[in-house]
Design a protein around this ligand. Structure first.
Ligand SMILES: NC(=O)c1ccc[n+]([C@@H]2O[C@H](COP(=O)([O-])OP(=O)(O)OC[C@H]3O[C@@H](n4cnc5c(N)ncnc54)[C@H](O)[C@@H]3O)[C@@H](O)[C@H]2O)c1
Length: 266
């Protein structure tokens, strides 16, 4: 119960990762404002928490509309008095609306939409809740980036740019608000599939990640167990950023290499 007495706002609450984060934070004792563009998803997240005795408030809101973000913050503060934890999880690529493409074929409308959803949405939610964190001299802000921020991602130039912006804002904000005991961190997932992992050769663990694994990291960063960590990017990708499998060799191949490389004794 590391988060007992704390209130968390989670955006994109009813999606794959959002739902797992909401459940984990609630299981650790937090009251959770389940904010989502889809009222059905917001309700689903809140109902999941309540079904096991947790405290939750569903909130339909669009992170790209600052007025709705402001209303969400007001509702959270009216209901719970304070918000100590903000998880900026809402986001996604043009795949959300079936418009993935090479940059040469994309449109300004699409890339503005992706930047708005990921980067401006994150900035908006932070702006709406930061002052009350500063007043209370306490806060945990956790932003959802992606391995795309550091490594790029094919057919998702706009998404990679937006996630890179999230990574940069995390570092810059950590500089400003550390003096108020506010930690700002970034989570950069690799490929996270549905509730169970699937075999995946692109990682050194041989599988995709599960939402509960992101949720465990989010709960750690939201708790005081991570009190001296700020401005960091936390990659969680099964070792994918270490590189692809082109250099993996089996024992037979290793023996063959050893046999043609005479031992050099110095
Ligand atoms: N799944 C992955 O492999 C992966 C990898 C790296 C990063 N991420 C990031 O993790 C986060 C969650 O990803 P996911 O796979 O759970 O996504 P998802 O598509 O399963 O869920 C996204 C949720 O956000 C909500 N949403 C969409 N637009 C919104 C808006 N404008 N305002 C508020 N809510 C909105 C949706 O209704 C949905 O409930 C995203 O930021 C994503 O970019 C995911």
């Amino acid at each position: 119960m590391r988060l007992k007495g704390k209130t968390a706002v989670v955006t994109g609450a009813g999606g794959r990762i959002g739902l797992a984060i909401c459940s984990r934070l609630a299981a650790e004792g937090a009251a959770v404002v389940c904010a989502d563009l889809s009222s059905e998803n917001a309700e689903k997240a809140a109902a999941t928490i309540r079904s096991v005795g947790g405290r939750a408030l569903p909130c339909r809101m669009d992170v790209t509309r600052s007025e709705e973000v402001r209303l969400m913050a007001e509702t959270a503060l009216r209901n719970f008095g304070s918000v100590e934890i903000l998880i900026n999880n809402a986001g996604g690529s043009a795949g959300l609306f079936h418009q993935l493409s090479r940059f040469e074929n994309t449109t300004e409308e699409i890339w503005r939409r992706i930047i708005d959803l990921n980067l401006n949405g994150t900035l908006s939610c932070i702006h709406a809740l930061l002052k009350q964190m500063i007043q209370r001299r306490y806060g945990k802000i956790i932003n959802m980036s992606s391995v795309a921020a550091e490594k790029g991602l094919f057919d998702r130039v706009d998404y990679a740019a937006a996630k890179g912006g999230i990574l940069s804002l995390t570092r810059a904000l950590a500089l400003e608000v550390g003096q108020y005991n506010i930690n700002v961190n970034c989570i950069s997932p690799g490929m996270i599939t549905g509730q169970t992992a699937i075999p995946h050769r692109g990682t050194w663990l041989g599988r995709s990640g599960e939402p509960r694994e992101i949720a465990a990291l989010a709960a750690f960063l939201a708790s005081d167990d991570s009190s001296f960590i700020t401005g960091e990017n936390h990659t969680i990708d099964g070792g994918r950023v270490l590189g692809v499998h082109t250099h993996s060799r089996n024992e037979k191949q290793i023996s063959a290499i050893n046999s043609i490389q005479p031992e050099k004794k110095q």
